[in-house]
Design a protein around this ligand. Structure first.
Ligand SMILES: [Cu+2]
Length: 161
């Protein structure tokens, strides 16, 4: 009985701990938000979740960035009323799950590839890590001390029973 309960606790606690971590994504990495970057490629394989932040870095006189609808994304239609006043760094915290679309509104930059579309998942949708932490991973101990203590304690109970 006790061992099953302990295992359940270990499995239940880990995903909740992992979801606490928020990530800052520097869009385009060192190239920033600029022409000549394949943003679809940049986004590929990344997992964006609610609470994470997109950091767009660019020269404000050369570029801007707008969160737009899917149809405006496809047609590269930027809002006209609020252009030209954005700073060199624009941070967008992802507050809701779902598909998001961002474009540059300058010239034909969007048509030339300055457009980014991502899928944002809810925090609770984050896949739980593989249950390989039975030996007590040292990196995990640093990142998630509480969870690892619970996990190790639970596993110790499993072993002892
Ligand atoms: Cu641009």
């Amino acid at each position: 009985m006790a061992s099953k309960l302990s295992f359940f606790i270990a499995v239940a606690v880990l995903p909740a701990i992992v979801s606490v971590e928020a990530t800052n994504f520097l869009v385009g990495e060192d190239d920033g938000w600029s022409l000549g970057v394949n943003f679809a490629e940049w986004a590929e394989g990344k997992q964006f979740k609610v609470g994470d932040t997109l950091v767009f870095q660019y020269k404000a006189v050369e570029h801007d960035v707008f969160s737009v609808s899917e149809s405006d994304f496809n047609s590269c239609t930027a809002p006209v009323s609020i252009q030209h006043l954005l700073p060199d760094t624009y941070e967008i915290t992802l507050t809701s799950p779902g598909r998001k679309w961002y474009i540059c509104g300058k010239g034909n930059h969007c048509q030339s590839g300055m457009k980014l579309s991502i899928d944002v998942i809810a925090e609770t949708d984050a896949p739980s890590p593989s249950p390989a932490g039975e030996e007590g991973n040292s990196a995990a101990v640093i990142a998630y001390p509480y969870g690892v203590i619970v996990l190790v304690a639970s596993l110790a109970m499993v072993i002892m029973h």
